[in-house]
Write a new protein. Sequence first.
Lengths: 115, 113
Amino acid sequence: DAGVIQSPRHEVTEMGQEVTLRCKPISGHDYLFWYRQTMMRGLELLIYFNNNVPIDDSGMPEDRFSAKMPNASFSTLKIQPSEPRDSAVYFCASSSVMGRNTEAFFGQGTRLTVV
Amino acid sequence: GDSVTQMEGPVTLSEEAFLTINCTYTATGYPSLFWYVQYPGEGLQLLLKATKADDKGSNKGFEATYRKETTSFHLEKGSVQVSDSAVYFCALRDGGATNKLIFGTGTLLAVQP
C-alpha cells in the first residue's frame, strides 16, 4: 500500500482565496483524522471521520473551515476564505477499526502558506 | 477530557548520551499509549506503543514502559545518535466512544556530534 497520500505538498495562496487540501487514506481504514501543526500550538486535531461520517469536529477553528469525506477513499479540508493565521502544516491520518490498540498512519502533510 | 503532557524542548544532547523524554497522561478510560517521531520535512511515524499496564514498547533502541500508577510513558534511549534528531510526540488513544488519538505538544531532540 502506498500509505496515506496528501496533496498538494505545498500550497501558497493569497489571503481571501479558497484552499482545498486533499487526502487519500490507506485502503480499508475506517477512521480518518485531520490535524494542524504550528509552532505555537503543536499538533491539533481538527476533525475526524468514522466510515465517512464526521464524529467530532470540535477542533475546527471556525466556520471558515469545512471537511468532507464523500467516500471511503477521499477526504477534503477546505478553508474559505483563507487568512495568514491559517498558515501551518496540515496532516491527514488514517487507522483501521480495531480501536484503542491501533496506531494511526500519517501522510507527509501539506504546508500551507497564506500571504 | 483526555490529555497528554510532554516535557518542553528543545533537548540538546551529545552523541552517545542517555535520553529521557517525559510523558504523562490523563484519561478517564484505559488508553493505549504511543510514541511517534517526526523527522524534518516529514509526517509522523509510529516509533513504539504499549497497550496495557507494565507493557514495554521498544524499537530502534528506544523504550517506554506503560506505568498506570504514575500515569506515565517516558521515552528512553541508552545512546543517542545524530540521526535521532527529530521531534518526538507522545500520544494516547482511549478506545472509548470517541476513539480519539490525542497528542502531546512534541519535544524537539537535537543530537550533536
